[in-house]
Design a binder for this molecule. Structure first.
Ligand code: UDP
Length: 254
């Protein structure tokens, strides 16, 4: 079998050339980082769980008409996706005050916001992903006004849908981060949801107890990190068949 060409390695995922033009294979690692790489570790089985959770959420979103880069899951750690031109922005949605919002503005963590807030961060590791305003985004050409309008409309629909989906399984969607890409089809460009949606980029709290079931368990050394991710998958009804022990998954095929 031909070796697959690795195109990019990020902190939590690797991208390989896909089987057909315009496709990529997205491989989910167990590696975890926080504070822009300042804290490093592994969360056993995270890649398998995030692959499955992201597949599930992207599929549910596609069913309600949200365009995404996701095509299908290939195996425990890999999914086939459409190649898109990534817009260099992190779009963060907040429903409850937490993390950097709470720290920066001195707001008590856990306070429900009167309305959802959208924030933008410029994806640039060297600059530590600084927060930016619409003015910066259009001024420096990272996205056009129309692209931003499309991203905001999609983000609000994703937030509405995911809040309801998680609430149904006793989880509060506190905040999350989305990334978007441009997909070109016959000279036409569409903005589509890209990257992943998983406990790596969402804050998910048990609605009754407030217990954290996301990457904050790793960031803040709360312990039981694997268990948090597993619990999210379990509640969504998608824990891999052999249970938590079936998490190591296949290695990258070379
Ligand atoms: N987030 C992310 N990647 C980042 C920064 C933030 O996925 O590089 C997610 C994070 O998991 C949380 C939300 O975006 O769900 C808001 O994060 P925040 O700004 O509070 O930053 P943090 O406290 O994680 O540094």
């Amino acid at each position: 079998m031909a070796r697959r060409r690795q195109l990019y390695e990020g902190k939590a995922k690797i991208l390989f050339e896909g089987p057909e033009p315009g496709t990529l294979v997205q491989y989910f690692k167990d590696d975890a980082t926080a504070g822009n790489g300042a804290k490093k570790g592994t969360i056993t089985g995270k890649g398998v769980l995030n692959n499955r959770i992201s597949e599930y959420l992207m599929t549910r979103l596609a069913e309600i008409g949200i365009p995404t880069h996701f095509i299908r899951r290939l195996n425990m750690r890999e999914q086939l996706i459409r190649e898109v031109e990534i817009i260099p922005l992190e779009v963060v949605v907040r429903n409850v005050a937490a993390g950097s919002l709470a720290t920066r503005l001195g707001i008590t963590e856990g306070q429900r916001l009167p309305r959802s807030i959208i924030e933008y961060y410029y994806k640039n590791d060297q600059l530590n992903d600084p927060m930016v305003a619409e003015e910066h985004i259009t001024c420096f050409g990272w996205a056009a006004t129309q692209d931003l309008d499309d991203m905001v409309a999609l983000t609000l629909r994703v937030n509405d849908f995911l809040c309801g989906l998680f609430l149904g399984v006793g989880i509060t969607l506190v905040d999350f981060k989305l990334e978007f890409g441009r997909l070109w089809e016959n000279e036409e460009m569409r903005i589509v949801l890209a990257d992943e949606i998983s406990p790596d980029n969402c804050r998910l709290w048990d609605t009754k107890t407030g217990e954290k079931m996301d990457k904050d368990r790793f960031r803040r050394d709360l312990g039981k990190v694997e268990e948090g991710y597993q619990e999210v998958a379990r509640r969504l009804g998608i824990l891999p068949e052999a249970g938590p022990r079936d998490m190591s998954g296949p290695e990258v095929m070379q």
